[in-house]
Ligand binder design. Structure first.
Ligand code: CP
Length: 310
């Protein structure tokens, strides 16, 4: 069943091409069905160890990687945060040590450059981005799986991201456009995705996928098949919270904004949510909301990813 291969690292959705992305999502759907039916599947990580290195808090990513590794037959090690990437020894030396013991490292850190440095130092180690300041590709796999479950093909679908032009927006846009979907991102001035990131997203478009960037939340949500948002203040930006709450208020996803979307449009959020800020209770608790499908799909998508890398 597990006969697809991937590059040796997944630091970004862009480490996949459209074929690898589709193969990963198909495998994720297969693994999800097998788990639901309590059907045995191959355990490609048998005899392998996977290191989880997290420099920031996590519920979903950490839990789903722990379960994913165990269900694929592997074992997890979780070195404490204060001894990895924390100044006790260089990032490169941490990677070179781990390369001798484990086959895969799943890393949540700050700048993408830290992750690149880690991966470059240990070419035999398979490295997975569990979130950096710039990208969140594992979230994007789960989001794409959720969208495909609801819509099938994405080629005639428009996904609006309303809020901060952050790591989640970037990885989501990369995945959706690679699957031929249409992305609109609405952010206040000064909080847009950087132009270089937008150009990079445009470059990975396949099958007619497009991206539009605006500062108009209503224009982005108008007629969209899904409206996605994320917290206005990401981890590490806490000092900016008060300013951001004021600036982002017109970007709240509420019933008025959702009423502009296509009939039956989905509401999406990577979680954790700050209810009352970027989304109202009414929207996140509505039948349109697929946020817990997204959270569940973290597990299935990451199992597929690990199976491809392992
Ligand atoms: N969405 C997400 O990455 O959740 P955690 O921060 O809890 O891992």
């Amino acid at each position: 069943m597990i006969d697809v291969t991937a590059p040796t690292r997944f630091l970004s959705v862009l480490d996949f091409g459209p074929a690898e992305l589709s193969a990963c999502l198909s495998l994720a759907a297969e693994l999800k069905a097998a788990r639901a039916a309590r059907r045995a599947h191959e355990r490609p990580l048998t005899g392998q160890h996977v290191a989880l290195l997290f420099e920031k808090p996590s519920l979903r990513t950490r839990s789903t990687f722990q379960i994913a590794v165990r269900e694929l037959g592997g074992d997890v090690i979780e070195p404490p945060q204060d001894v990895v990437l924390g100044g006790r020894e260089s990032i490169a030396d941490v990677a070179r040590n781990l390369e001798r013991w484990v086959s895969i490292a799943v890393v949540r850190t700050f700048a993408q450059a830290r992750l690149e440095e880690f991966a470059s130092a240990a070419p035999r180690l398979r490295v997975v981005n569990a979130l950096t300041d710039e990208e969140h590709p594992c979230q994007a796999l789960a989001d794409a799986l959720t969208l495909i479950e609801r819509f099938g093909e994405l080629s005639d679908r428009t996904i609006a991201f309303v809020g901060d032009g952050n790591n989640v927006a970037r990885s989501l846009a990369q995945a959706v456009i690679m699957l031929g979907g249409h992305v609109r991102i609405a952010s206040p001035a000064g909080y847009e995705l950087p132009p270089a990131a937008v150009a990079e997203i445009r470059n990975c478009a396949a099958n007619g996928g497009t991206i539009e960037v605006t500062d108009d939340a209503a224009a982005a949500a108008g007629g969209a098949d899904a409206v996605y948002t994320d917290v206005w203040t990401s981890m590490g930006q806490e000092a900016e919270t008060a300013t951001r709450i004021q600036l982002f208020a017109p970007y709240q996803v509420n019933s008025t904004l959702m009423s502009l979307a296509a009939p039956g449009a989905l509401f999406m959020h990577c979680l954790p949510a700050h209810r009352g800020d970027e989304v109202t209770d009414e929207v996140i608790d509505s039948p349109a909301s697929v946020v817990f499908d997204q959270a569940e799909n973290r597990l299935h998508a990451q199992k597929a990813l690990l199976a491809m890398l392992g």
